[in-house]
Design a protein around this ligand. Structure first.
Ligand code: 5GP
Length: 374
């Protein structure tokens, strides 16, 4: 795999498994040399969870009698060190008077190692040697000597081969590094007829990809509820199954782009509805050197639209959904005005369809499989 996606982040391949195995061969050879003919039984201390893969691979190569002991420490949250090392589980065996070879997945700032060496002293270990698969020299500012280092790497966030991002990614046999291209703002357009489940799927996408959800429906309903001039105008048009003028909607959207901070992108739901709006959106984004990332279109048959909206109206008591004639009018409006947009986005290769028939989870997983690629 060239790239992998974990929650909101993309990682690209960095160290292939063959290179990792080679580094472990070299480290194991040195440890074997240093312990050749030893008469005691050294402790191989696995620092969970990160170093379980490395410990396993290393132990298979060790030629002397040794004992496995584990401890579980944690200091990372997300992609950065908290600076505070927490002991989640103590030594699984008594290490008093023993020679200990600490097996770490990675040494970054060195906080974990310093804290661990202190713990080993407190538990009266006779001798402590440190072995780490990976080492970030640019980040390390401690005095503890690292006796066996597999690979030195630049100061970047990595996952795989035991290393995690929020507890996932440990199972990859290769090591991946955070893809900095990933910091580019994303603009997704969610497409689909009324009742296609856009709202529900939008919520799932917002959570997974840390997006801000812009629903023109909700923005307008907010205006209507507040009884603004725009709200009153919009109310009359919506009740008639018609659309609110482009400039008004575009203005509301642009202001959301400018004011919302702290997200990785935006999810547009209900906008653009026409080619003119799609062009306006492109122009709006181009002004800040950005572009639509991808269009995701949820597809369902017309009869299913009518059934779903009537059902929802009964549950939520939404006046604009209660009348079948109004629903039909909205479907016609959708087909007539929005579908030409498909051709527009197909031209730029941004248009993608997802089958909207199935359970919420099935449709959600189809959407995730698609969006994970961007
Ligand atoms: P230190 O205490 O030396 O700053 O960090 C050691 C611990 O932080 C490691 O055992 C590991 O759990 C975590 N860590 C440091 N750098 C990285 C990294 O690039 N990726 C991941 N997944 N964890 C890291």
């Amino acid at each position: 795999m060239e790239k992998v996606r974990l929650f909101d982040k993309t990682f690209k391949q960095f160290i292939p498994n063959a290179r990792i195995e080679q580094a472990i061969d070299e480290v194991a050879a040195r440890i074997n040399r240093d312990n050749e003919g030893c008469t005691d039984i050294p402790v191989i201390l696995c620092v969970l969870n990160g170093s379980m893969m490395f410990t396993s691979a290393l132990m298979k190569r060790l030629k002397f009698t040794c004992e496995l002991v584990s401890i579980k420490l944690a200091s990372y949250a997300g992609t950065s060190s908290t600076g505070e090392v927490k002991e989640m589980m103590g030594f699984t065996s008594d290490i008093t008077g023993r020679r200990v070879i600490v097996v770490e997945d990675i040494v970054d700032t060195g906080n974990t190692i310093v804290s661990l060496v202190q713990k080993l002293k407190d538990h009266h270990a006779r001798e402590v040697k440190i072995c780490t698969l990976l080492f970030k020299p640019e980040s390390y500012d401690k005095d503890v000597k690292l006796d066996y280092v597999g690979l030195s790497i630049p100061n970047a966030f990595i996952v795989g081969y035991g290393l995690d991002y929020n507890e996932v990614g440990r199972n990859f046999e290769d090591i991946y590094v955070l893809d900095t291209e990933d910091t580019k703002m994303k603009y997704y357009v969610l497409f689909g007829p009324p009742g296609a489940g856009k709202g529900t799927q939008a919520t799932a996408m917002v959570e997974r990809y840390n997006l801000h959800h812009i629903s023109t429906g909700n923005l307008l309903r907010k205006e209507i509820a507040a009884g603004t001039e725009l709200g009153l105008k919009a109310k009359a048009l919506i009740e008639d199954g018609r659309l609110v003028p482009d400039e008004v909607v575009e203005g509301m959207i642009e202001s959301e782009f400018k004011t919302v901070k702290g997200v990785k992108g935006f999810l547009l739901d209900g906008f653009p509805r026409t080619i003119a709006q799609a062009e306006a959106l492109d122009a709006m984004l181009a002004r800040s050197g950005e572009e639509v990332t991808s269009v995701v279109s949820i597809m369902i048959p017309d009869q299913m639209i009518i059934d779903r909206i009537s059902h929802r109206a009964a549950i939520e008591g939404r006046a604009d959904d209660a009348n079948v004639e109004i629903i039909k009018n909205r479907i016609e409006t959708y087909h007539a005005q929005t579908e030409p947009e498909i051709a527009y986005y197909q031209k730029s290769g941004k248009y993608n369809e997802v089958d909207g028939v199935g359970t919420i989870e099935q449709v959600r997983d189809r959407i995730f499989a698609l969006v994970d690629q961007f």
